[in-house]
Design a protein around this ligand. Structure first.
Ligand SMILES: Nc1ncnc2c1ncn2[C@@H]1O[C@H](COP(=O)(O)OP(=O)(O)OP(=O)(O)O)[C@@H](O)[C@H]1O
Ligand SMILES: [Mg+2]
Length: 489
């Protein structure tokens, strides 16, 4: 659980755009550096400034003790108070000055007789011998408090309190200066981050665009190599991969071309053979059988007996006549199946209509047939008619052998630049994955597809168990295909 959360978190952090990463790192470093610098400088500066303030307070106290020495000795406390007030006016950081007599009674002060109770009793020892200052807290800030003897203590003591305003001011100034410096550094850092990000991400963006083009099939696209750093080397490796892909594609294309021309040649040879066998059967063998039939018929003319189950000399002649008729029928069917002459003589429409009519009679399957074509169009070239006829033949054979359909249809739609053939049945259908599993065993479907590929068309089968089968063939009828293949011998 914790690991999953950690990996989800790190994935999110790593998915932040590079620009924000660099900016964030720069910003954090600047803040950290600025904060540490500020704290350290403040600490050492405030230490030095407080020492200086203490020394200044001590020297001011000493000077003030010397100034009031005479007036205090003769008990002119009015003048003492004036001196104190003058000193406070001259040095505004002096918060208070209190003069006590030798019996520790307050005799003069800058408070004009209303000395706060906290200051009534003094605890710091008068200097010398030890000159140390006390630090008192107040609502106005810290106060450095010193106590000096006047005339060696014979004329009392003077207590001086100096506010740390100067130190606070200096520290505030220092903080402001460092903060401005920090803001300036951060601004420069952001500019540098933008620049660095641009330098880093530009080749990456370019590489991504190139990769997208290669993915779409433009293998000749090359990435621009901006530098010799890691990203530059990645671009070089990417370009080498592009070269390898180009080579591989050329090899595949050459192999595919060879394969297609081999298939084309095989199909053509097969069609030529079928045609010649069909002609041979029809013209030669069929005619010979017909001649034989005529001869037998003339021999049987005077034999009244009919062909019967138990042969008699007279009936044998009629039985031979029947057998010859049967053989003539078989030969015709065989010749037709090999290559229907009607296909060559009258075209695809008539040949398919006749084929479907025969099938409907023998297989008992109801097949609707339609050939839709605009008026006045010329016949299709035989290089298109023959493969379409073979595809329809195989699709209809499959329907009869596998579909267990009750109704089927064959529709051909001829347009100016395309011909579409749709063969549909409402039979049991099949799992498309089964055809992939069987692979080379499905020669009928493979053959249909190959014939369509040779004509640069598309071949789609839609089928599912219990939902019938639809075969859709589309063949372009552009000029450039004319004369590619010729099934006429
Ligand atoms: N119309 C259809 N209805 C149901 N199943 C079909 C249909 N057409 C094809 N099939 C299934 O697809 C398989 C492959 O068909 P294909 O024509 O390639 O081979 P085949 O008919 O089994 O053998 P052949 O190589 O003699 O044609 C068939 O075995 C059958 O299971
Ligand atoms: Mg088949």
């Amino acid at each position: 659980m914790f690991r999953r959360l950690l990996s989800a978190f790190s994935w999110r952090v790593l998915s932040i755009p590079i620009f924000l990463k660099i900016l964030g790192i720069g910003f954090l470093t600047a803040i950290l550096f600025g904060a540490v610098t500020l704290l350290q400088t403040r600490a050492s500066t405030s230490h030095i400034l407080y020492q200086l303030l203490e020394q200044r307070t001590l020297s001011m106290g000493r000077a003030l003790a010397d100034t009031i020495e005479r007036s205090a000795s003769i008990g002119n406390f009015y003048e003492v108070e004036r001196y104190l007030q003058d000193a406070k006016d001259t040095f505004p950081e002096i918060r208070y000055a209190i003069v006590r007599d030798e019996r520790n009674r307050i005799v003069a002060s800058t408070f004009g007789g209303r000395v706060p109770p906290d200051l009534m009793k003094t605890s710091s020892k008068p200097c010398p011998p030890e000159c140390s200052a006390r630090i008192l807290g107040s609502s106005e800030g810290l106060i450095i408090d010193v106590n000096f003897p006047v005339v060696g203590g014979y004329a009392g003591t003077i207590q001086l309190g100096v506010l740390d305003r100067m130190v606070s001011r200096e520290l505030a100034l220092l903080t402001r200066t460092v903060l401005w410096g920090l803001i300036l550094c951060t601004a420069v850092g952001i500019c540098l981050a933008i620049l660095l990000t641009g330098i880093l991400t530009r080749p990456i963006h370019h590489l991504v665009q190139t990769a997208n083009k290669v993915r779409e099939g433009a293998f000749e696209t090359r990435a621009r190599v901006f530098s010799n750093d890691e990203i530059g080397r990645l671009a070089v490796a990417f370009n080498q991969m592009g070269e390898a892909l180009m080579r591989y594609r050329r090899e595949v294309q050459a192999k595919e071309k060879a394969r297609l021309s081999l298939i084309e040649r095989t199909v053509q040879v097969q069609e030529d053979e079928r045609k010649s066998i069909s002609r041979e059967l029809h013209d030669h063998f069929g005619q010979s059988l017909l001649a034989l039939l005529l001869q037998v018929q003339s021999g049987c003319k005077y034999s009244p007996a009919k062909c019967a189950y138990v042969h008699t000399p007279g009936s044998l002649c009629h039985c031979a006549e029947n057998t010859i008729r049967q053989i003539i029928g078989d030969v015709h069917r065989l010749a037709w199946g090999m290559r229907p002459s009607i296909l060559d003589d009258y075209g695809l429409d008539s040949a398919l209509a006749r084929h479907i009519e025969e099938i409907t009679k023998t297989a008992g399957l109801d097949i609707d047939y339609q050939f839709i074509s605009p008026e006045g169009l010329e016949r299709l070239p035989s290089r298109i008619e023959v493969p379409l006829f073979r595809i329809a033949q195989e699709a209809i054979t499959n329907m009869i052998r596998h579909a267990k359909a009750t109704h089927a249809s064959v529709v051909i739609l001829r347009q100016l630049h395309e011909i579409t053939m749709l063969v549909e049945d409402d039979g049991q259908g099949f799992e498309m994955s089964m055809v992939q599993e069987k692979g080379n065993q499905c020669l009928g479907l493979i053959g249909m597809k190959e014939r369509v590929t040779l004509l640069g068309g598309s071949f789609v089968i839609e089928s599912a168990p219990g939902e019938g089968t639809t075969i859709r063939v589309r063949i372009p009828l552009s000029e450039e295909h004319d004369g590619d293949t010729n099934f006429d011998s």
